[in-house]
Design a protein around this ligand. Structure first.
Ligand code: ADP
Ligand code: MG
Length: 607
């Protein structure tokens, strides 16, 4: 049995048993479903996207109040021109809630998401608190008493009155959302979303607009909370501010963390565990302690501490591993692959200047890390940039790849001025790069990491990914990533976690990732560092082959033998300045260079 079969089997069982489940069980299941929907958004936001929100309960409130007002206020019905008590009203309320949530989340996101650190969590707390008090103080929303008399939901003339009926809707929406989010994460867009947590600088260099993705994830999480609030309102048939306070917002976060913030099914597990536990504790504790009071809150807090201490990644991964032992691996799906699905780029003519740097200076406070550095990289050539530690090579790399802006000077890419442009623009213009300090998503597969490099070669968006309408393009992206991995000699590690590879191999993964973007120019910062001798040879062969194919390559490297063997031209940097430039032989015999190296920290040069 595969995971998929198990999931479908469980769903089938739930459907078959639904009509026979007692009212109380169904009620519990309905609440679990509603909470899980909110928690799913949080998993995406927190566990996957690395953004913490305490304010999800406020979005639930927005969804509840929007529909409550539209369904009960006479002026609302008159305003939109439908008869009061029309079956359409809840749906108009849903639409209003979704529009409101989008607007608020977009605004909140654009204000807080650009700031780093604690601003987002603090912003969501502020938002959660203010909305809660707003609900309680607005006359037309019924103040602290709230709004009563909500109608039941109707779908296609069928009214969902009982818990059993409403539950069908709740669980259908939850399962569909799970399916859609699973698809989303398993796509080009998903790879970009997964990079938000730990790899934003890297992702920008792959062409991902991380600020935009962060806002979109935030909005999506808000929309899920809103839909949950909408169904919640029609399940309760009344709303008041209490379920939307900041304490509940924290509880949603608990559900995500206890279940497993990085896992979609963790949301369902977390919501189930916490809902059942609270219910159980409320029932059992008073008789156990022989006194009444809110003891469950205390016990609940203690239990949370223990769970978080024992299972920092949540319970889902443990459960999945336990069950996983009895399951078969799903057969690998090999879709129809056509490279035509991917954007392709013609390489510039051999010998033409691809990347030009003119008079680049970079100042860090009082330190001039680059002083008037000029060099160019031509198609079909390997240009090496060498120099002692601290000479300013990595600084230069960051400037000519858009990660950092120069203090002075001009960078051109294929003849276009790129000064002041973002690293995303550099990637779009055909620049691929690796980082001196490896920047991979350590807990994702090599294939996923390299796939991210091909980000700009696909174009299917979130909706297409959720509905699995991107499969044609996705198959092409994955096959391209696989091709680059094999070409770089890591074919046996395609499915391994990137973080489990040796450091030298991780550098090679970075090269494969850069190649997947089909660059015109490749910047490599110390690619051979940490590689054993034989793998260095293989890397040298790969770079020479890429050069012969017409790629422009700029490489920073410490290993002189490696550099001198492959480079067509060498530029030597010392104290941020170019001190020599020429063929490997010219540079190796240059007295200025010899002096710099013999006086510096490297003696290899003399050998
Ligand atoms: P290399 O890569 O050649 O070893 P770097 O470019 O990393 O050298 O560093 C050049 C100099 O600039 C070093 O003295 C380093 O300490 C300094 N430097 C690099 N990045 C920064 C930064 N972000 N802020 C301040 N100083 C920096
Ligand atoms: Mg460096």
């Amino acid at each position: 049995m595969t995971r998929r079969q198990l999931t479908l089997g469980a769903i089938g069982l739930l459907i078959a048993a639904w009509g026979f489940l007692p009212e109380f069980t169904v009620t519990m299941l309905n609440y679990i479903g509603l909470y899980a929907l909110v928690t799913l958004g949080l998993v995406l936001l927190t566990g996957v996207g690395g953004m913490t929100s305490f304010g999800q309960a406020a979005f639930v409130g927005l969804g509840s109040y929007a529909t409550a007002w539209f369904c009960t206020a006479p002026e609302a019905a008159a305003w939109i021109g439908v008869i009061p008590e029309s079956e359409l009203l809840p749906w108009i309320g849903l639409l209003a809630g979704l529009v409101l949530s989008t607007a608020v989340a977009w605004f909140l996101g654009s204000v807080t998401l650009r700031l780093s650190g604690h601003y987002l969590p603090l912003g969501t707390i502020a938002w959660g608190l203010s909305l809660y008090f707003l609900f309680g103080n607005l006359e037309f929303l019924g103040g602290h008493t709230g709004i009563a008399g909500l109608p039941p939901l109707s779908v296609g003339g069928f009214t969902l009155r009982s818990m059993h009926q409403l539950g069908i809707m709740i669980w259908s929406i939850l399962l569909l959302t799970l399916w859609a989010l699973h698809n989303l994460l398993d796509s080009r867009e998903g790879r970009a979303i997964r990079s938000l947590k730990t790899g934003r600088v890297m992702a920008e260099s792959m062409g991902v607009d991380t600020a935009r993705y962060r806002i979109k994830v935030f909005v999506l999480a808000a929309l899920l909370a809103c839909v949950s609030g909408w169904m919640y309102a029609h399940l309760q048939r009344f709303v008041n501010p209490t379920p939307f306070n900041i304490g509940i917002g924290i509880e949603y976060l608990f559900m995500a963390v206890v279940g497993g913030a990085g896992y979609l099914w963790g949301a369902v597990l977390g919501a189930a565990l916490i809902t059942l536990m609270k219910q159980y504790l409320q029932d059992i504790l008073p008789s156990l302690l022989g006194a009444t009071g809110n003891f469950e809150v205390i016990v609940f807090g203690l239990l949370m501490l223990i769970v978080l201490q024992r299972f920092p990644d949540g319970l889902w991964p443990k459960l999945a591993a336990m069950v996983g032992r009895w399951l078969d691996r799903a057969p690998e799906v090999t879709g129809q692959v056509s490279e035509a699905a991917l954007a392709a780029r013609a390489l510039p003519e051999v010998g033409s200047v691809v990347l030009g740097a003119n008079g680049i200076s970079k100042r860090f406070g009082g330190l001039l890390a680059n002083n008037q550095v000029s060099l160019d990289v031509r198609a079909g050539e390997i240009h090496a940039l060498i120099g002692p530690n601290g000479a300013g090579k990595s600084t230069f790399f960051n400037v000519i790849s858009g990660v950092d802006d120069p203090s002075a000077g001009v960078v051109t890419l294929l003849g276009r001025s790129m000064t002041g442009r973002s690293s995303r623009a550099f990637a779009a213009a055909g620049l691929g790069r690796t980082f001196q300090h490896v920047r991979l998503l350590a807990s994702r597969s090599v294939l996923d990491n390299v796939g991210l490099g091909a980000h700009l070669r696909g174009h299917r968006g979130w909706i297409a990914a959720m509905l699995r309408m991107d499969r044609f393009e996705e198959a092409a992206l994955i096959s391209e990533a696989r091709r680059q991995i094999e070409r770089c000699g890591l074919g046996s590690h395609v499915q391994d976690m990137a973080g489990s590879l040796a450091l030298g191999q991780q550098r090679i993964v970075e090269i494969a990732r850069a190649l997947a973007s089909q660059p015109s120019v490749l910047l490599l910062d110390e690619p051979a560092a940490g590689l054993p001798y034989q793998e260095k040879q293989a890397l040298a062969a790969l770079l020479t082959q890429l050069r012969d194919e017409g790629l422009a390559i700029l490489v920073v490297e410490h290993d002189m033998e490696f550099v001198m063997n492959i480079a067509d031209r060498v530029t030597v940097l010392e104290f941020g300045q170019v001190i020599a430039h020429g063929s490997p032989t010219q540079v190796q015999t240059d007295p200025v260079v010899l002096a710099a190296y013999l006086g510096g920290d490297t003696v290899e040069m003399a050998a």
